[in-house]
Design a protein around this ligand. Structure first.
Ligand code: AMP
Ligand code: ZN
Length: 135
């Protein structure tokens, strides 16, 4: 039995604020965002981290980044973003399904890596803005 929360999100067993999906990858909002519009990009194939997954899946998440990141930041009025990947418990990895953090940054805004609470309303509003920018 696969108890992985991100596999469940990909399969639709657990709800998410999905912003993009293709054959190989899935992207959704982090529910504890480090900034407004903090997105996680994951390969659909389960692997605990990048090193345990295929080279193809590593390429696939970068392709998705390339496709969606410019639209995400434009839709939200951000002007750049931090990318992050915590590889292993020692590095702070909490969910053991490869995921790339995309953390939009705003002029005059904070550049911290602290997690924030976000209401359903806020997450839905951000999702809506991003989806309008992506279509
Ligand atoms: P990491 O420390 O790199 O493993 O980060 C895992 C991230 O997944 C954390 O930033 C969490 O806020 C995020 N996360 C955990 N559960 C969910 C969920 N159900 N939906 C969206 N993001 C989640
Ligand atoms: Zn998984």
């Amino acid at each position: 039995m696969n108890d992985c929360i991100f596999c469940k999100i990909i399969n639709g067993e657990v709800p998410s604020y999905k912003i993009y999906e293709d054959d190989e990858t899935f992207a959704f909002l982090n529910i504890h965002p480090m900034s407004k519009g903090h997105v996680l990009i994951v390969p659909k194939n389960h692997a605990e981290d990048l090193a345990h997954g295929s080279e193809g899946d590593s390429v696939a998440i970068m392709k998705t980044l390339h496709k969606i990141a410019p639209k995400v930041i434009e839709a939200l009025g951000a002007t750049g973003y931090n990318l992050g990947m915590n590889h292993g418990k020692i590095a702070g990895q909490e969910v053991f399904h490869t995921h790339l953090h995309v953390i939009p940054r705003y002029e005059g805004g904070a550049r911290t890596f602290d997690k924030n609470e976000a209401s359903e309303q806020e997450l839905n509003d951000v999702k809506k803005l991003i989806l309008e920018g992506i279509k």
